[in-house]
Ligand binder design. Structure first.
Ligand SMILES: [Zn+2]
Length: 334
């Protein structure tokens, strides 16, 4: 899950659904493992292989399936069995067990926040929620991490924690309020991270033709003339600039960093943790390039996955990893 969307609030309705009835909320741990989760797979042929597995578009899935009113296939699968596949897709299975366990807890918590009884499905099987491609993706290590943490979720106060995560923070995780606005959450305030330096995303450099930058940002830079400078400005507590100021031959314009990223594209600008923007050569002339140097991949809020790997390699357990990236949270049963 690398969603750029923040969903606020605790999904009380989801909790009730996964607990069967509101009365079961006091003892939901076994329910969380037994409850069926509905994942929208899409259009295509599905065929039962036996009572517990089916085939959809050449992939084997655990559980059974149903069809929506408009004919799409919905996988109906036990939460823990769904996680076997998800954990293997969201984190490399060669990573240390404690990192995989932290990922399993986070993925489980995410599901319990997202179920939606008003829709015909709870989740989609892509990065918009969590990547789910059925049992062929499963492996021993990811399955062991799910089993070792069965029923465990991340809690804050009386509810589930909002478990945002991304690949590599680049040195400091981002606060939810700085990333998306809204009320700051204490456990998503952002922490320094020295554990993700093994990632090749920890530090990156992108060299782009200046006219590509200007073209991508046309709607924001209208009337500026030829670009002569770009300055980063108003860094937040994590070091991510909130604004980029573009100066041209006919004026200057301050643009929100998030708008710059969405207009340049998330592949061109892997994160908003940008350290330096430099024109090359410095004097105006045709064919100039812009070099953007930064760190991290993704929004940077919550768990840094490469950081979880680094902490695990230095001996931390899943509990320590999660308390570091979500300070003040606790692991409890669903
Ligand atoms: Zn990190």
């Amino acid at each position: 899950m690398n969603r750029a969307e923040f969903v606020g609030g605790i999904a009380a309705a989801a909790f009730a659904r996964f607990s069967g009835t509101g009365d079961d909320i006091g003892d939901p741990a076994s329910n969380a493992q037994a409850q069926a989760l509905r994942v929208l797979l899409g259009r295509g042929d599905a065929q039962a292989l036996d009572a517990q597995t089916f085939l959809f578009q050449g992939r084997r899935y655990r559980g059974t399936f149903s069809r929506t009113e408009d004919g799409q296939i919905v996988s109906v699968v036990a939460l823990e069995q769904y996680l076997y596949s998800v954990v293997s897709r969201e984190m490399p299975h060669s990573w240390p067990g404690a990192a995989l366990q932290a990922q399993a807890i986070v993925a489980r918590t995410y599901v319990l926040q997202r179920s939606n009884p008003t829709r015909q499905y709870d989740l989609v099987p892509s990065e918009a929620d969590q990547v789910y491609t059925g049992m062929d993706a499963e492996n021993l290590q990811s399955t062991a991490a799910v089993d070792a943490t069965a029923g465990n979720v991340l809690r804050y106060g009386d509810g589930f924690a909002q478990v945002l995560y991304s690949s590599c923070c680049g040195g400091h995780t981002e606060s939810n309020a700085d990333a998306w606005g809204g009320a700051p959450l204490a456990y998503l305030r952002g922490v320094p991270c020295t554990y993700c330096t093994d990632s090749h995303w920890y530090a990156w450099s992108q060299k782009l033709p200046l006219d590509q930058v200007q073209r991508s940002l046309t709607s924001s830079l209208n009337g500026l003339g030829d670009l002569t400078g770009i300055a980063l400005d108003a860094p937040d507590a994590s070091g991510r600039a909130r604004f980029w100021t573009f100066t041209g031959t006919a004026g200057s314009q301050r643009v929100k960093a998030s708008a710059v990223r969405s207009q340049l594209g998330t592949r061109t600008l892997p994160s908003l943790l940008v350290h330096r923007v430099q024109f090359d050569p410095p004097q105006p002339q045709a064919g100039r390039m812009v070099t953007i140097e930064g760190g991290g991949l993704g929004h940077g809020v919550g768990l840094c996955q490469w950081g979880a790997r680094g902490m695990a390699l230095s001996g931390a357990g899943a509990r320590a990893i999660l308390s570091y990236y979500y300070p003040g949270t606790e692991i409890g049963n669903a």
